[in-house]
Design a protein around this ligand. Structure first.
Ligand code: ADP
Ligand code: G6P
Length: 489
């Protein structure tokens, strides 16, 4: 099927995100552009290729300007153009680490006390968004569709208009949108909300996020009208309408299921299980981020081992952490806190031949990650707040044997889809509840696990990431409001 045809997309698709779906590495022979492994790129690549599209973003650590030849080569092979935006050291600090990750990230995940509302960050955020807008304007035409991703770039559409470039723009927020009592703390709340209303379509992960956005809108723009199940807002004096939708993101189900079903993978998973002497393996896989609730999870595990002594020597918790945002203070402190807890808990419970927590602090290849998914009996996905949480979906997609169980935080976007499907939902702040859920998950019967995991996998299969791209673009181009009902969650 030809990507894009079904959507009424006439021009090209221009994707804009802070990060390009590639990494840049300096090799002795010069810069090398390497493909990333994200689900988003898998879903967007066919549309971009078929429409002759364009992806604008940065690589995160500089060097983009020097790497124009490898970028051109990569683009030629990929079949669509990658256009790098290079950030200066100061921009990286104030726009990326500062405004994006010390203000919007904590605030939108309900951690207002972790916010550093530094006015300098706001100025730089606007400058970088202007820079992205200039790049979009210079490299696109009026009939192209501009799809902006995530909280780093909420102002691009507004600056495009300011620069006199008429473009149709859509925005998708991959992280949660907070309730008014939290959002209203943002010193630049009016500017941010108005900037989002510069898009013709604004998409969220869950109905709750969408509802929060509309409630903030009603507080800050009392004249805005919100009507119909088509979710159109007539925003104040200008009488513009903005579609506001809910599009829970999915993963590339087939890629995970296929990889997990290969004989080599079964052997690798078996080797992991043997190394853990066939004990019950509990798995946590997270970017090292305070929103993931890792210390809380470790305390719950300690409580489980204390309150349910029969779990001792029977379970091993494998916690995989991916280094992340190391330039931000809150992240450095978290690493120390987790390491201290792991040491304490292991010190308390270890006996000859059994260590309760195994801690991996590094990136894994897709192959290794899926081997761990497949080898584990229970996935512990307990973020304090999360837009969606793809690890939960990847775990299910990879569990081809349907023998695993999922303990899932009710504050992950994925809980909206998984709550009636057999995930064990928990409040990650409730240590004893999580401890008991760990115990319950370890004791589920074989048929019970199979039934639960089967339902979860069916849901992940049906709502995969290419369907997500289609539903967003369909909503962007549907002519009738009625075509645009919020999709089922
Ligand atoms: P977030 O986007 O906040 O990091 P998600 O759970 O939504 O959280 O997505 C995390 C992504 O990172 C997943 O696609 C997962 O496969 C990937 N990932 C997680 N751990 C590792 C790891 N150790 N090595 C490589 N990729 C990882
Ligand atoms: C979340 C955000 C993404 C971001 C990713 C990794 O998933 O929604 O926009 O790219 O985390 O964070 P990083 O700061 O390394 O890009």
């Amino acid at each position: 099927e030809e990507g894009g045809e079904a959507h009424g997309l006439r021009g090209r698709l221009v994707v804009v995100s802070n990060r390009l779906p590639v990494t840049l590495a300096r090799k002795p022979s010069g810069w090398e552009v390497q493909a990333g492994a994200g689900g988003l790129v898998t879903a967007l690549a066919p549309v971009l290729r078929d429409r002759g599209g364009l992806w604008i973003g940065s690589c995160g650590q500089g060097g983009e300007a020097e790497a124009s030849a490898p970028f051109a080569r990569f683009s030629k092979e990929a079949g669509y153009r990658l256009l790098p935006v290079e950030l200066t050291g100061e921009e990286h600090r104030d726009y990326y680490e500062g405004f994006s990750n010390e203000i919007i990230w904590p605030l939108f995940h309900d951690f207002q006390s972790r916010c550093n509302f530094e006015p300098r960050y706001w100025n730089c955020y606007q400058e970088v968004n202007r820079k992205f807008a200039r790049t979009v304007a210079a490299n696109s035409r009026e009939d192209d569709y501009v799809w902006v991703h995530d909280y780093h770039l909420m102002h691009v559409a507004g600056f495009l208009r300011e620069q006199g470039a008429r473009r149709s723009c859509g925005f998708f927020l991959h992280i949660p949108f907070p309730a008014p009592d939290i959002f209203l703390k943002l010193p630049w709340r009016r500017q941010v909300l108005s900037a989002l209303l510069e898009h013709q379509l604004v998409g969220f992960q869950t109905l709750a996020d969408r509802r929060n956005f509309i409630r903030c809108l009603q507080v800050l723009h009392p004249r805005a009208e919100v009507w119909g199940r088509g979710c159109v807002v007539t925003a104040g004096v200008e009488e513009k309408s903005v579609r506001i939708g809910c599009f829970p993101i999915g993963i590339d189900y087939a890629a995970f299921a296929k990889l997990a079903a290969s004989p080599a993978m079964a052997a690798q998973a078996r080797a992991i299980r043997q190394a853990y002497r066939d004990r019950t393996i509990l798995l946590g896989v997270d970017r090292l981020d305070y929103s993931k609730g890792v210390p809380q999870r470790l305390r719950a595990l300690r409580s489980a081992l204390a309150r349910h002594p029969e779990l001792r020597e029977r379970v091993c918790h494998v916690q995989v952490l991916v280094p992340s945002r190391e330039g931000v203070g809150e992240y450095q402190e978290l690493k120390n806190e987790i390491e201290r807890l792991v040491t304490q808990i292991n010190g308390e419970f270890t006996v000859p031949g059994w260590v309760p927590i195994h801690h991996l602090y590094r990136n894994l290849s897709r192959q290794e990650l899926v081997a761990y998914y497949l080898a584990s009996d229970v996935a512990l996905v307990t973020p304090l707040r999360d837009g969606m949480n793809l690890v939960a979906k990847e775990y299910c997609a990879s569990n081809v044997t349907e023998t695993g169980a999922l303990v899932l935080s009710e504050f992950a976007g994925a809980a909206a889809q998984f709550q009636r499907l057999g995930a064990l939902l928990v409040n990650p702040y409730d240590t004893e509840e999580v401890a008991d859920a760990i115990k319950t998950a370890c004791c589920l019967s074989r048929p019970d696990r199979r039934m639960r995991m089967h339902k979860l996998r069916e849901n992940v299969r049906r709502s995969n990431v290419s369907g997500w791209v289609d539903s967003f673009l369909d909503a962007a181009f549907s002519r009738h409001l009625d075509d645009f009902a919020p999709i089922e969650t």
